[in-house]
Design a protein around this ligand. Structure first.
Ligand SMILES: [Zn+2]
Length: 120
């Protein structure tokens, strides 16, 4: 009974980091359902950044934003979603983070701080 020789020269078809990336994407809750929803919102908003539009600018949106952040109780309901451009999105995220760092942590009944934005 011959021992099966180890196979050399066969590389995995997929790079290990590809797999990891895909997993983290799902772990963050941005799966196929989100991709579909994203397209629906971009179409509804005609691929225009809504904050820019309100400010009188016409900018192509690259992303979809939660008007009320999920960390603050926002949902994936289309009414809570808007098309947004990258600069507006980044500004909004920075603002959200700034707000969060300025606010004092909330402590739960068990005495541990309640982490905001953990379920994003
Ligand atoms: Zn914008």
């Amino acid at each position: 009974m011959p021992n099966s020789a180890p196979v050399f020269g066969r590389k995995p078809s997929r790079k290990p980091w590809d797999h990891g990336k895909r997993e983290s994407r799902h772990a963050r809750g941005y799966g196929t359902a989100w991709e579909k929803l994203r397209k629906v919102i971009l179409q509804r908003d005609k691929h225009l950044c809504q904050p820019c539009k309100r400010a009188g600018r016409i900018t192509v949106a690259q992303a979809v934003d939660h008007i009320l952040a999920k960390a603050n109780g926002g949902t994936d309901d289309p009414a809570n979603l808007q098309a947004i451009c990258t600069p507006c999105h980044n500004a909004k995220l920075a603002e959200d983070q700034g707000k969060r760092s300025r606010t004092r942590p909330t402590f739960g009944a068990d005495g541990w701080p309640i982490e905001e934005g953990k379920n994003r």
